[in-house]
Each structure stands twice: as structure tokens, then as C-alpha cells.
Ligand binder design. Structure first.
Ligand SMILES: *[C@@H]1O[C@H](CO)[C@@H](O)[C@H](O)[C@H]1NC(C)=O
Ligand SMILES: *[C@@H]1O[C@H](CO)[C@@H](O)[C@H](O)[C@H]1NC(C)=O
Ligand SMILES: *[C@@H]1O[C@H](CO)[C@@H](O)[C@H](O)[C@H]1NC(C)=O
Ligand SMILES: *[C@@H]1O[C@H](CO)[C@@H](O)[C@H](O)[C@H]1NC(C)=O
Length: 730
């Protein structure tokens, strides 16, 4: 029996055995929740989710009406609410047993059912109970007229929540006339502060938040608690468990965060319950039935791994014939990536709108433009992705659509970091603030669908919003992302962020070095995760499994897959692009001594600015393999002065005479393929009369440098052979 059922059972027994009047009478009363919502907003949907959850009878007045009560979030107003109620409540005024509970809707969540609400109401011994808060608003001069309260209690009336008998409430609401633009809180305050009227209707304030928790100014007072598969709000100051939680005033983001958990939306026992609600399914559809999507891609600064980004966009599992493409590129640097992407895929998409640097469009204008295009094309969704947001899961677009939220971002973070594409909270100036649950969400200790105040990088927007979002990215003195999120918050449109599945990650684009041919090669330190994905051999880690026998083509010569084909090609191209091959002479000004005993035609890593990166590579990727091959030898970190690519070809240098290396161990990575790129070649170890000729691109030979492993480079008879050599620990 869960807690709620047990509780109801207990009440039933009480009624049966004792016939207690005050408890028994609970059963006689009807409870109806009433609220006003002129638009069906995300907030109203959230309110209704909570009333449905607790089987509450809720009636929404005013749908479709023009709101005439002003901007109540920021100034006085709200008289329109009273006038709507005047009309709507007339039908209830004679129902003796009817208890009405009014709350606002956009910023309210219910956390309990009828039994609980009536029980708590009865304890007041009042006909009407108003919620209370710590601010005397809108007329602070009335503060002194309020009855005194104890230090932990709230003294002032808030009209966002009240409960009472229909008859009394109707009388209060119709007691005086009020203009739509007058303040409804002032209206009720004036009645409450009139002692005669207060007594007449036996009005009380919920000073301890037994029923109503207004969160403005009381943020620290409330916390979320969990009991089995239920969540509830707990007021730590008064020890109460309020049933109506109201994010009144300026604390919407904090309230939204609370509301993620309330009404069992997320519980410690069952995780995200709200995630399973209101979802849709599209993956069974035929290609031409898929919703149309505007996929808009933004290149606003030089960013590493852009070609991979584009390839991943192209790999999204979604019919391209249902995708309109929009690209804004602000930096020349990315022209090449985009051109080759378009060459490959452009024709497959439904349409493409491409803005290049030469078009001179600013970021905000481009983002607004995408909204316009989405509207024009009548696309059902807009999927906006920035180049630094790597979408690695091909199902991402389908997955996001199926979660069916108005605005939804996949949570992406920088690998091994807490940096992500959402904020859990904002401060009063609209800037980043860390929420209590931020780290748990980034680290996936809490998994769910989170209503958050800021998202960026990648998000899906429902197409029906486009009219409302016109020009949303432009605001004075504010970056487009801040303008967008601030605009959504102002409009009461929820931004959700999901970490139910890891759909991708973020690339660090700060101060990207763009001076090379293959700039991503140089990202090993700044973006180790992407670097590994792109440049490390997919079977690299197999060699680290202790149950695996290492490959030894010759005695004490070990052979490992280490780098990707992409790495090999890029490194060779980088070297050829520099085109400063040494002449293979003994005199070598690049060396400290100016003399090379066994010279080759080569280029040093230092010459292409990759020396530091390479030492890092040796430490991260080579050392673990060395420790497996030659147990008990640690070089921490590995040192190497000679790191270079050798070029062998006929009519240049085609071989290397037998020699020792000045190293403890040597690594030798094949950068291309025998019988395809060249003929002949290979390495022969004289002591063992053993050669490795069928070298494998991306595989590394590792052998001791001196004494035992006297070796030579065999003749390359045709084509060009490239190898990457390091003398480790000379
Ligand atoms: C969610 O799905 C329902 C049913 O298809 C649809 O009416 C509603 O507009 C969808 N909501 C969003 C935000 O996509
Ligand atoms: C990795 O190993 C698997 C077999 O274990 C093989 O099929 C695959 O081709 C290897 N990958 C590469 C890039 O060689
Ligand atoms: C070897 O160990 C790894 C884990 O280190 C495991 O995944 C793999 O299945 C094992 N292979 C064999 C052949 O036992
Ligand atoms: C070395 O090996 C080759 C073939 O692998 C063989 O023909 C040759 O006789 C060997 N030389 C010696 C000295 O053993």
C-alpha cells in the first residue's frame, strides 16, 4: 500500500469508528480548483498536469480571451481576474458544500489531492483562507494595518492563491467593483484589512504555508523531499508541506526548477516520470511522412572538428528530403568544410539557404533569418545547431522530436568537464548561476527532462512558435543566445534540456590555432576526446587488454594499431605542405650538434609546430603500450628529442644502412601502405635476420634502440614510403 492509499484508509477507519464530525464532513464537501489562463501556455499545461495527477477537478476560465490585466509579473494589475471570476462563479454561489480553491496557473503546481487539501483547509476553522507572503504589495504603506504574526510566519496577503466556500468567495469577489487594470491583490487586501469584513467572511491568512507556498522571498524556506515514489515541497522554517507551490514574482527560473520534481515529475525512486508523458512516436513513419525540419547550422567562430560536425549532421538518421537546410558561416576559415559538405549532400536536401562570410550577415540577423525561413517553408520544427555542438548519435533528431516539448535541447558537455550547454539557474541580471542540481544533471546522476532558464548550442523548436519568435535573437547590448533565452523566459515558453541519452558533446573552440593545414591535428590537448575519436586507431585499446597476446613480428619487436588512417594522411599532408624536407646529409642545422650520423630525408615535428603535441601523444598513447611490451620500465614522462617523418623513395633516399638508434626504445609508425602507395621498403633486424615488410598503415613498431636491435631500412623500389619515428628516452 503506498503512502497516500494508507492515509486514505486511515481516514476511512476514523470516519467509520469515531464518526468524527470534522473529519467526516470532509467527505461531504466538493472541491473544485479554479484558475484563469487566457493562453494555453507551457505553464498552464504544467498546472493541468499536476491537477490531473491528483485527480483534482480543475476549471480554467478565460481561455482565448484577450488579457486586460496588464503585466502582473512586473507591476500592479490583475483586476481582470476578479472580473472574470465575478461572471464565472455566479453559477456556484448557492452550492453550500462547494469549496473553491483559486490559484494562478502559469506559475503554480499542485502537490496533493482533494483529501489533503480539504483536511488542511478545515484545520483553519475559516470560511476563506488566503495565501501569505513576506512582501506587502502593491501598497507597502498598508503593512502596519496587518495583524501581527510570529517571527517565522508570513504576514501579508497574496492573491495568487485562496480557498473557501463558494458562497463566501462569491460575496467577496462581488463586494466592490474593480477595473480590469486595477490591482486584484489590493482589492482583496482592502477587504481583508477591514476587520468587519474579515470577521463577516471569517477570513484567515495561511501564515505558515500549510496550503500555499509563495516562493518569492521564501526561496531558502522550501525544499523538495521524496518519499518512496512521491515528491513534495517542505517548508523548513514552519515544518509544513504546502499543497500549492506558487512561483510568484521574479523567481520563475527557480520555481521552474522546483517544478521539475513536484507532482512526482522526478523522484529518487523512479527517476523522471514526466519524461514518459506526452511523448509522440515518429520512427515508424514512412520517409515522406516525417515532419519537415529546418536544420540550421551556425559557424560563428573558427571551431575545431568542423568537418566531423558536418559529417555527423549528414549522418543524422532522418530523411534528407524532409530537411530544409540553413547555414550561416561568418568565418572564411570554414568555407572549405562547408563547400565539401554541400558538394556531397546539397542535392539530397529539400532545400538549402546558405549565407557565407561574403554575405556579411551578423549572427543575430542570421539566427532571426532562420526563424523566418522555418516559417516560410512551413517546417514543423527548427533544429538549430552550432558548429561546436557535436551531435554524435544519429538518432538525435528523431529522439528530440519524440520527446514532444516546445523547446528542447540535448544536454551536451565538454568531455571530462562540467561545462555544458544549459544553465540550471540565472541570477537577477540574467547571467549564469549554478543550481543545486546542476552537477548531478551534467554528470548524469540525475536523468530526466529539465525545465531550465538557458540553453545554447543545439536545440529543437516547435514550428508553431515561429511567429512568436520573430526577431527574438536581437536585443540591445545582449548576445544572441542571451536574447533568445531571455525572450523565451519573458514569453513564458519553457526551455527543456534532456540528458536521457547522451546525444553528443561540446568542442572547446577558445582561441583556436588556425595556422596549419590540418588544424584539428593540433587539438590533442585542448580537445582530447574529439582528437581521440578522429585520430586514434579504433582498435587501439585492444592492446591494453591484459588477456590479449601482443603481436611480435620479430623478437622483442612489438606491433600495435595506434593511429587512424586520417591521422596518417593528415600528417603526411602537413609535412608535404610545409615542404622543407632535409637533404639527407650528415650536416643538419636542426640538431644541437649540427651533425647526424645516420641521416634520412625527413621533417621534424618541431618544424610543423607539433613537438609539444607529440610529446603529449607519447605520454598518453605510447607509454601504456610500452609498459605492456617492456614490463617494469617506466618513463614518466617519455622524453624524445628526435621526432620526425622519414620519406623514402627511389631517386631520393630509398633505404637506410644498418644502425642503432640513440633511444631506449624506438617507435616507427607506418603512414602509408606497401603494394599500394609504394613497393619494397620495410625494416630488417640483423641479429635475428628478421624483417617486417608487410607494414600496416596506422600501426606502430616498437623495439629497443641499441645493442640487440641493430636494424636497417630496406629499399623502397617504387612510389613513396612515409614513416613516423621517435627515439624515446635517448
Ligand atoms: C505533442 O504531441 C501532441 C500530439 O501529437 C501535439 O498535439 C502537440 O502539439 C505536441 N506538442 C509539442 C510541443 O510538440
Ligand atoms: C578492428 O578490429 C576488428 C576485429 O577485431 C576488425 O574487423 C576491424 O577491421 C579493425 N579495425 C580497423 C580499423 O582495422
Ligand atoms: C579480455 O578482457 C576484456 C576486458 O579487459 C574483455 O572485454 C574481453 O572480452 C576479454 N577477451 C577475451 C578473449 O577473454
Ligand atoms: C635470412 O633470411 C632469409 C629469408 O628470410 C634467408 O634467405 C637467408 O638465408 C637468411 N640469412 C641468414 C644468414 O640466415
Amino acid at each position: 500500500m503506498d503512502m497516500l492509499k494508507r492515509y486514505n484508509f486511515f481516514i476511512d477507519v476514523l470516519i467509520f469508528t469515531c464518526g468524527l464530525y470534522s473529519v467526516a464532513s470532509l467527505e461531504d464537501n466538493e472541491l473544485k480548483l479554479i484558475t484563469i489562463g487566457t493562453d494555453v501556455t507551457d505553464g498552464l499545461r504544467r498546472y493541468l498536469r499536476s491537477t490531473n495527477k491528483y485527480d483534482l477537478d480543475a476549471e480554467v476560465f478565460g481561455i482565448g480571451m484577450d488579457w486586460k490585466g496588464g503585466d502582473v509579473a512586473n507591476s500592479a494589475g490583475g483586476g481582470h481576474k476578479v472580473n472574470i471570476l465575478k461572471k464565472e462563479l455566479e453559477k456556484y454561489k448557492d452550492q453550500e458544500n462547494l469549496i473553491l480553491m483559486f490559484t494562478d496557473s502559469y506559475d503554480v503546481v499542485l502537490t496533493a489531492g482533494k483529501q489533503d487539501i480539504l483536511e488542511k483547509f478545515k484545520k483553519f476553522n475559516a470560511r476563506v483562507v488566503f495565501s501569505a507572503e513576506g512582501f506587502c504589495w502593491p501598497d507597502p504603506s498598508l503593512a502596519a494595518s496587518y495583524p501581527e504574526v510570529k517571527s517565522k510566519e508570513k504576514r501579508f496577503l497574496n492573491s495568487g492563491g485562496y480557498v473557501g466556500y463558494a458562497k463566501d468567495l462569491y460575496e467577496i469577489i462581488t463586494h466592490r467593483s474593480i477595473k480590469d487594470t486595477d490591482d486584484d491583490q489590493l482589492y482583496f487586501t482592502n477587504i481583508f484589512l477591514d476587520e468587519t469584513l474579515r470577521k463577516k467572511w471569517n477570513m484567515k491568512l495561511d501564515v505558515k504555508s500549510e496550503l500555499f507556498q509563495n516562493m518569492h522571498g521564501a526561496q531558502g524556506d522550501v525544499t523538495i523531499k521524496f518519499k518512496s515514489d512521491h515528491s513534495y515541497a517542505y517548508n523548513v522554517i514552519t515544518g509544513t508541506t504546502p499543497v500549492v507551490v506558487h512561483g510568484n514574482g521574479p523567481i520563475k527560473p527557480e520555481f521552474n526548477r522546483f517544478a521539475n520534481y513536484l507532482a512526482d515529475g522526478w523522484t529518487t525512486q523512479n527517476g523522471c516520470q514526466a519524461c514518459k508523458e506526452e511523448t509522440i512516436s515518429i520512427r515508424e513513419l514512412k520517409d515522406d511522412e516525417f515532419p519537415t525540419v529546418l536544420v540550421s547550422l551556425f559557424f560563428e567562430q573558427p571551431t575545431p572538428f568542423a568537418e566531423d560536425f558536418l559529417e555527423r549532421i549528414a549522418n543524422l538518421k532522418y530523411p534528407k528530403s524532409r530537411i530544409d537546410l540553413f547555414i550561416h558561416n561568418k568565418v572564411e576559415f570554414h568555407n572549405k568544410d562547408i563547400a565539401s559538405f554541400l558538394e556531397k549532400y546539397n542535392d539530397m536536401y529539400r532545400s538549402a539557404t546558405i549565407l557565407m562570410p561574403s554575405d556579411g550577415i551578423y549572427e543575430a540577423a542570421a539566427r532571426n533569418w532562420a526563424v523566418e525561413v522555418c516559417k516560410q517553408k512551413n517546417d514543423q520544427y527548427l533544429f538549430s545547431v552550432d558548429v561546436y555542438a557535436q551531435i554524435t548519435d544519429p538518432e538525435t533528431l528523431i529522439d528530440l522530436i519524440e520527446q514532444n516539448r516546445t523547446v528542447l535541447a540535448p544536454i551536451l558537455s565538454r568531455p571530462y568537464k562540467l561545462w555544458s550547454n544549459f544553465w540550471g539557474a540565472v541570477n537577477k541580471d540574467g547571467w549564469y548561476a549554478r543550481s543545486e542540481d546542476y552537477i548531478d544533471i551534467v554528470e548524469k546522476k540525475k536523468i530526466g527532462l529539465w525545465n531550465v532558464p538557458y540553453i545554447t548550442g543545439a536545440y529543437l523548436i516547435h514550428g508553431s512558435l515561429m511567429e512568436e519568435l520573430r526577431d527574438i535573437y536581437s536585443a540591445e547590448n545582449v548576445e544572441p543566445d542571451m536574447a533568445f533565452c531571455g525572450g523565451l523566459r519573458k514569453r513564458g515558453i519553457f526551455m527543456y534540456a534532456t540528458n536521457r541519452k547522451i546525444l553528443g558533446h561540446l568542442v572547446d573552440y577558445d582561441n583556436m590555432d588556425t595556422s596549419h593545414l590540418h588544424n584539428d591535428l593540433y587539438q590533442i590537448v585542448q580537445n582530447p576526446y574529439d582528437w581521440k575519436l578522429k585520430y586514434i586507431h579504433e582498435n587501439y585499446s585492444q592492446s591494453l587488454e591484459l588477456n590479449r597476446t601482443l603481436v611480435q613480428p620479430c623478437p622483442d619487436v612489438f606491433w600495435f594499431p595506434i593511429v587512424s588512417t586520417k591521422f596518417c594522411d593528415s600528417l603526411v599532408e602537413e609535412m608535404e605542405n610545409l615542404n622543407q624536407w632535409s637533404g639527407g646529409r650528415h650536416e643538419d642545422p636542426r640538431l644541437a650538434g649540427g651533425y647526424e650520423n645516420v641521416p634520412t630525408v625527413d621533417t621534424h615535428m618541431r618544424q610543423i609546430g607539433m613537438e609539444e603535441h607529440w610529446l603529449h601523444f607519447l605520454k598518453v598513447y605510447v607509454s601504456p603500450l610500452q609498459e605492456r611490451a617492456f614490463e617494469g620500465y617506466h618513463s614518466d614522462p617519455p622524453r624524445a628529442i628526435m621526432n620526425f617523418v622519414v620519406r623514402y623513395r627511389p631517386n631520393e633516399q630509398d633505404r637506410l644502412r644498418p644502425h642503432h638508434d640513440s633511444s631506449t626504445f624506438t617507435i616507427n609508425i607506418a603512414l602509408n601502405t606497401p603494394m599500394k602507395d609504394f613497393e619494397g621498403g620495410g625494416c630488417r633486424f640483423l641479429r635475428y635476420n628478421c624483417s617486417v615488410t608487410a607494414t600496416r598503415k596506422g600501426w606502430m613498431l616498437m623495439h629497443p634502440g641499441r645493442l640487440t636491435h641493430f636494424h636497417e631500412g630496406l629499399v623502397t623500389t617504387k612510389g613513396t614510403r612515409y614513416i613516423m619515428i621517435s627515439f624515446v628516452d635517448p
